[in-house]
Design a protein around this ligand. Structure first.
Ligand SMILES: Nc1ncnc2c1ncn2[C@@H]1O[C@H](COP(=O)(O)OP(=O)(O)OP(=O)(O)O)[C@@H](O)[C@H]1O
Ligand SMILES: [Mg+2]
Length: 228
């Protein structure tokens, strides 16, 4: 079993690079002026499919613990902006309005950049999947004396209390087989816990969902623990 895990992680790692190239060039080509409608929609499908594949690969890597967690100073605003860029076309297509409410004074946190990207990307994908008929996606950052915080909020389908109780369990999903594996939020939870952070959810059926993620601000604690 361990060997299979290693093989899967190895393959996933090798596929990551070409996939990023496919995604990058598809997005670049989408910017070509006066594209025929059919080409535009084909390119959108390529970009969407490679984003989906990229997410699966990242989750596999995290599950196989191949990606050694790094701890470098990270600006959450920057990560949020970069991730949102990848989803702009998808948002426009499904009639989702994007709101960014970021605090420009946000202090950096010590974290693993690519894992934080994964957290934000998983939360955004869930939010978009909850708003198939459009809505508003808000990403917000803020801080206080002890913590740095970000919020991902949607105006989508929301969750029942029963769903809310189970969302962090691995393989728990309410989606069709081709829509979800149920790993997204358990990966999010694991990453946040390894950063000594916390995640809170508020959700109301047919109204929307609000995820808050907090990270400790005191860098000394983190530095001591990871020996940096
Ligand atoms: N923003 C949201 N709005 C409504 N329901 C949500 C939202 N985020 C998560 N959920 C619920 O939590 C479940 C688990 O989410 P999770 O991200 O772990 O898995 P998934 O999205 O079903 O599949 P995967 O992320 O692996 O593709 C979802 O199936 C859905 O029922
Ligand atoms: Mg998900």
């Amino acid at each position: 079993m361990a060997a299979i895990g290693q093989l899967a992680a190895g393959v996933a790692h090798e596929l990551n690079e070409p996939l990023n190239t496919i995604l990058g060039f598809a997005q670049l080509a989408q910017k070509t002026p006066d594209l025929p409608l059919q080409t535009k929609s084909d390119l959108e499908k390529i970009a969407d499919a490679s984003l989906h594949a990229r997410n699966i690969i990242r989750e596999l890597l995290i599950f196989a613990r191949q990606g050694k967690p790094g701890r470098t100073p990270v600006n959450l605003n920057q990560i949020i902006m970069n991730e949102l860029k990848l989803f702009e076309t998808m948002c426009a297509k499904s009639g989702v309005e994007l709101k960014r409410v970021v605090d420009s004074e946000l202090p950096e946190i010590l974290a693993d950049k690519s894992q934080l990207r994964q957290v934000i990307s998983n939360l955004i994908v869930n939010a978009l999947q909850a708003m198939p008929d459009g809505g508003t996606l808000t990403l917000q950052t803020s801080f206080d004396a002890s913590s740095v915080k970000f919020v991902v909020e949607d105006t989508g389908i929301g969750m029942s209390d029963e769903v809310k109780e189970n969302i962090f369990l691995p393989f728990y999903t309410t989606k069709d087989v081709d829509q979800g594996t149920g790993l997204g939020l358990s990966v999010v939870h694991g990453i946040i816990a390894s950063h000594k952070g916390e995640i809170f959810v508020k959700s109301e059926k047919d109204k929307g969902t609000h995820f808050t993620v907090t990270f400790p601000r005191q860098q000394e604690t983190v530095s001591k623990e990871y020996g940096i």
